[in-house]
Design a protein around this ligand. Sequence first.
Ligand SMILES: [Zn+2]
Length: 130
Amino acid sequence: MSKNKNAALCPCQWQENVLFAECCGRYISGAALAPTAEALMRSRYSAFVQEQAAYLLQTWHPSTRPEHLDFEPTQWLGLTVLSAHDSDDDHAEVSFVARYKINGRAYKLQEHSRFVRENGAWLYVDGDVA
Ligand SMILES: [Zn+2]
C-alpha cells in the first residue's frame, strides 16, 4: 500500500483520474457518508483493495456481518458496475464485476448486491454471485 494513498488514483475507477481523496477516501475516512448504494459499493471495493477491515465491517448490515475479515494476498485489477437500481428510498441493488488475481491466477467475481439505508447510512446486506 502506498503511504501517500490520498494522492493516488481511486481504485474504484469511478471516473478517469479521480483521486482516492476525492472519491472513496472521503467515505472510508468517515469524512462523509456515501450518498448512494453505488457509491457505498465502490467504496467497499476500494476498502477491499486497501484492506480496510474496519470500514468493511462498519458498512456491513449487522444481520449478515461476519465476525472478522481475513484478506488473502490479492491483486485487484478493477471494478465494473453493471447496473444500480433504487427499489425505494432506502433499498437499492447494484450489480458489478470485480477482477482480481491470487497467486497469479485471474478471477472474476460477478455479484448482484442488496443494500439498505439505516439512519442515513447505506449498508451492504448480501448478494447473489452470478
Ligand atoms: Zn472511488
